[in-house]
Design a binder for this molecule. Structure first.
Ligand code: PLP
Length: 356
């Protein structure tokens, strides 16, 4: 028996997005960001599929890197939060991971390692103020890592508003990067998806791309049509009912019929990761037609107004997000971002992989 609500991951879409991102990255090498279970797409499966076409992977923390190694991934794995403890740093050395070092205590752990790291990444805080050494400390950091016998070092930073290349914050970060940071090591890395698409300037040899790899939309992307959504969340209509003008649908009676209406109930809810905050009017595609969400999202079900579709019966196909509507549209109606919707689908939704 298979549940009618399911996630389909199209690996060919990821391949196409990679080709497009490589074009934008120019001569830079490409790190595929597969943290948070590859943004909900399945880290081991996605990484195995693209290992031969990317230069490295990035995850958030050491356990995620271990999962990749246990799945047979031999490519370099960058650990963006770096080690949380000395034993995680030892594991980085043992598994040949690339830890990001961003604070003093991690440097001290490096000096005590039995086997020096082969490659460390130094994170500098150019203005996002989340992680990283201040630019003024970089020379000392590099010297300390040299004393810890680390031969290869890459300097990196992260942009807070890369989707707005002309904003004061982005321009300020780039100024910091270019004048005080980018030349510290032989190699440097600055660009996430948005910076890669917008061709933000600044010395960089490695792009670190996540959202665009999965077909998420980057604001004002000049090559927007080349990015294909790799994830489709779909279902089938469970029940259809008629409500009279003035009757309410769902919890809290939020949606009230303005005329006699037809309502389809679909077995997907916030218990699956469909956003509880989705507003009335959030687009849902039923039998190929866009119709509005009508009523509050329940744990296991949503209700949509299908009055404008002549024939809707139980079993009719439903797309919650995919090619249409895009996850970004659903997110915009829900006060969130597509990144959150992709990453918070729950384990009770079965996932299937296709290559088309
Ligand atoms: C340090 C760092 N680099 C790169 C990325 C990838 O960003 P995006 O998914 O926007 O490409 C992230 C994502 O959160 C990040 O934290």
């Amino acid at each position: 028996m298979s549940r009618s609500t399911s996630i389909e991951i199209n690996l060919s879409a990821i391949d196409a997005n990679l080709r497009s991102l490589k074009k934008s990255a120019g001569s830079q090498k490409l790190i595929a960001v597969v943290k948070a279970n590859a943004y909900g797409h399945g880290a081991a499966r996605v990484a195995t599929h693209i290992e031969d076409t990317v230069d490295a992977f990035a995850v958030a923390f050491t356990e995620e890197a271990v999962e990749l190694r246990e799945s047979g991934i031999a490519a370099p794995v960058l650990v963006l939060e770096g080690p949380h403890t000395p034993s995680e740093l030892s594991l980085s050395s043992k598994l040949d991971l690339w830890p990001v070092l961003h604070q003093a205590e991690q440097l001290e752990w490096c000096t005590k390692l039995d086997n020096p790291l082969k490659h460390a990444w130094i994170k500098v805080d150019t203005g996002m103020h989340r992680l990283g050494f201040p630019p003024s400390q970089l020379a000392d950091v590099k010297q300390c890592l040299g004393e810890a016998q680390i031969q290869n070092m890459t300097i990196m930073s992260h942009l807070a508003s890369a989707e707005s290349p002309e904003s004061d914050i982005t321009q300020g970060q780039i100024r910091q990067w270019n004048s005080h940071c980018a030349d510290l090591c032989d190699t440097a890395s600055l660009h996430n998806s948005a910076a890669t698409r917008h061709g933000i300037t600044g010395r960089s040899h490695w792009v670190r791309v996540g959202y665009a790899l999965y077909g998420g939309r980057i604001g004002n992307d000049p090559l927007d049509s080349e990015l294909l959504p790799a994830m489709q969340l779909s279902s089938r209509v469970l029940a259809v009912r008629h409500v009279k003008r003035g009757e309410a649908v769902g919890y809290g009676a939020r949606w009230v019929a303005e005329k006699d209406s037809k309502i389809a109930t679909i077995p997907v809810g916030y218990g699956d990761g469909y956003p509880w905050a989705a507003a009335d009017g959030t687009p849902v595609v039923v039998s190929g037609q866009v119709v509005p969400l009508a009523g509050r999202v329940s744990m296991d079900m949503i209700t949509v107004d299908v009055t404008d579709i002549d024939t809707v019966e139980p079993g009719a196909p439903v797309v919650l997000w995919g090619d249409a509507p895009r996850v970004d549209e659903v997110a915009a109606h829900s006060g969130t971002i597509g990144y959150e919707l992709m990453t918070r689908l729950t384990g009770r939704v079965p996932k299937h992989y296709v290559s088309s």
